[in-house]
Design a protein. Structure first.
Ligand SMILES: *Cc1c(COP(=O)(O)O)cnc(C)c1O
Length: 222
């Protein structure tokens, strides 16, 4: 199957409420262009340097999403162009994004990453840390005017156990629902980024609004 066919096939199965992020990390530009020529305009990368190089080389109507873990000192390299940062997991990082967005005269959309897996290695906040960050952002006198928290992101445990994955996605969805009810706190919380190649159908059943799909579109990574 070609990249184009993979993409069109997946797109045809997604509900209209679900946004597809084509995860192109490690893949060469001609592969991304094949996706672009098939109509894809949102690409996800997990390394800032690689994303910046692809941004420079590719058409400018692409939305670039940073889906990986972000080091504070590298935010400046993507601040001029990134359209959504999925993995925000600390106040320090959020403050740096705000600072760099301001320098670039931009407002950068962010998702707060919630820890839902039963794995030590995955990044993210628990509900209490989430509420602390929201409280700070809400009460910040200077106002973090150059960032916008538009939703949450999470990654389920890497397992074949569908029940466990479902439990983790449902947990994230319940935190998202609570957040959406807090209309006082944040302006526009509409994005729930969950689901990858192996679990996106389940994620959508559990309420995902944005799926991050790589290998099912571009093929496996070495
Ligand atoms: C690599 C990656 C994906 C895509 O994974 P696939 O299994 O190839 O679809 C999704 N989300 C994050 C955070 C990733 O790092």
């Amino acid at each position: 199957m070609s990249i184009k066919n993979n993409l069109l096939k997946i797109k045809s199965t997604l509900p209209s409420t679900v946004t597809l992020v084509a995860v192109s990390k490690t893949k060469p530009i001609p592969d991304l262009m094949e996706g672009y020529d098939a109509g894809q305009r949102i690409f996800g990368e997990n390394k800032i340097q690689e994303m910046a190089e692809k941004w420079e080389a590719m058409p400018k109507d692409i939305e670039w999403h940073m889906i990986g873990h972000v080091q504070t000192n590298k935010v400046k390299f993507m601040a001029p162009f990134v359209s959504l940062i999925h993995g925000v997991d600390s106040l320090k990082l959020l403050e740096e994004i705000n600072k760099q967005a301001k320098k670039n005269n931009r407002i950068i959309d962010c998702l707060l990453q919630i820890y839902i897996a039963e794995e030590e290695s995955k990044f993210g906040l628990d509900e209490e840390e989430l509420n602390e960050i929201l409280h700070f952002v809400q009460n910040d006198k200077d106002g973090m005017k150059n960032i916008r928290i538009v939703g949450l992101m999470g990654m389920a445990t890497f397992t074949d156990n569908q029940n466990q994955i479902k439990k983790e996605f449902t947990h994230l969805k319940s935190i998202f629902d609570k957040l959406q009810l807090r209309k006082d706190a944040i302006n526009r919380v509409s994005t729930l980024s969950m689901g990858m190649s192996g679990d996106y159908q389940l994620a959508i059943e559990c309420g995902s609004t944005m799926v991050r799909i790589g290998s099912s579109i571009f093929g496996g990574r070495i």
